[in-house]
Design a protein around this ligand. Structure first.
Ligand code: SF4
Length: 413
């Protein structure tokens, strides 16, 4: 949306006071995020400027927008981002509520873009999913699976590399379900890896059931050194009973076998997973199964969500657990995970990495990613965007601190 607006003569400000239109780009996957957004919207309510609410919220909880007396805000859904310029003009012309919802997304990789980090290209390869998870409201906003043509994706990647980006992030609701007329994720990865240039690719979340369908091909594609050794595979619960109620299409054993195969091919791979604690009817035994799974799998990254009902979902109609039980289970799980991640980072102490820094932090430190997508910070004075060899000298729960090696060691660590 920024790319389209800037290409058409608009400029961007972060300050609502100097803006002529306010765009609130929303996420409504979790109750807690939705609440924060409504708090912001309430604060802006009396602004004299037109407000456009974009992102998933208009499709997920339009009722709450009405109930909160925000009917003067215009609404644009995720499938209509190419229409943001028309919407902005409409809003400036007339103070009425404009609504633009589209049936199908545009070819998103072909749209103009403005990178928030000039070294990172974020590229959405598909929209929507094939799932029907009983807790999920994302599918109401993103719809059924729609894959963007590989030709456009590859063209955009070549353009980005010519503009010196060093990291490509492939995103989707489920990257493993990418399939454009028989051309699947592994085909895409193979073609991306063949593009000349010094860059790495981070593959976004993949659901276990879709990974299983192409497991060997995906493993093959991961062999390429341009692919970060990072696998984001959500399990959500360690209890098969709960997975069934969640309408996930995999079992705990499916998940474990994928993880074990990846680890046997890439022993240092980082594995990220997502857990929802306190799903309706989750018993202490179900929760302990989740806890045991996490202790056994030893993830590198874990996103823990406290279950909260979302509008229109099947799970919102089930009997809900006491919120104190949910909060306490979330605390217990977080505590265990913290120890595991720190311990894994400690094992990386003293090892060498080749890093392409992508950002300078406000403290002046450089930030980049290790081969397995761990956050690496470097205090030494080196230019950004230039590949360096480093040694990991300190390990923390959320990051690794590194030191640049002298030229001699650089060549011969
Ligand atoms: S796979 Fe399930 S959780 Fe993911 S977006 Fe689709 S319905 Fe939601």
């Amino acid at each position: 949306m920024l790319g389209i607006l800037c290409n058409n003569g608009y400029s961007i400000t972060q300050d609502p006071k100097t803006a002529s239109i306010i765009i609130v780009n929303t996420c409504a996957v979790k109750q807690i995020t939705e609440d924060k957004i409504f708090k912001k919207l309430q604060k802006m309510k009396n602004h004299s400027k037109p407000i456009i609410i974009t992102g998933c919220l208009p499709k997920i909880n339009r009722q709450r927008i009405t109930d909160s007396h925000l009917d003067h805000c215009s609404l644009l859904d995720p499938a209509s981002i190419d229409k943001i310029y028309d919407m902005a003009n409409k809003c400036l012309q007339e103070r009425v509520q404009n609504i633009i919802f589209s049936k199908q997304p545009p070819n998103k990789p072909s749209l103009p873009r403005r990178r928030l980090n000039k070294y990172i290209e974020i590229l959405q390869i598909s929209e929507g999913c094939q799932g029907k998870c009983s807790y999920c409201c994302t599918r109401f906003a993103r719809g059924r699976l729609h894959c963007f043509p590989p030709k456009t994706i590859l063209k955009q990647i070549q353009k980005a590399i010519a503009e010196n980006i060093v990291e490509i992030q492939l995103t989707a609701q489920d990257t493993a379900s990418y399939n454009y007329r028989g051309y699947n994720l592994s085909d895409l990865l193979r073609d991306i890896s063949a593009v000349k240039g010094d860059f790495k690719v981070r593959i976004g979340m993949m659901n276990p059931d879709t990974v299983l369908k192409f497991l060997d091909e995906i493993i093959d594609a991961y062999e390429n050194e341009k692919i970060y050794k990072y696998l984001h595979i959500p399990i959500q619960s360690g209890s098969n009973r709960i997975l069934k109620l969640m309408k996930r299409r995999n079992t705990v054993d499916d998940f474990l076998s994928i993880m074990n195969i990846f680890r046997s091919h890439f022993p240092t791979i980082s594995i990220a997973t997502d857990i929802i604690v306190g799903f309706p009817s989750e018993t202490q035994k179900d929760f302990e199964e989740t806890l045991n799974l996490i202790k056994m799998m030893r993830p590198d990254v874990i996103n823990i969500s406290k279950y909260a009902p979302r509008p229109g979902t099947e799970a919102s109609k089930m009997k809900q657990l006491d919120s104190r039980i949910v909060a306490s289970r979330s605390r217990i799980l977080s505590k265990h995970v913290g120890h595991i991640i720190k311990d894994k980072h400690m094992k990386m102490l003293g090892s060498y990495e080749e890093i392409n820094p992508i950002e300078r932090t406000s403290r002046g430190t450089l930030f980049g990613r290790t081969h397995n997508y761990k956050k690496a910070f470097i205090d030494d004075v080196v230019p950004i965007g230039k590949k360096i060899r480093v040694k990991i000298i300190e390990a923390h729960q959320r990051r690794l601190d590194c030191k640049v090696l002298d030229p001699e060691v650089l060549q011969n660590p």
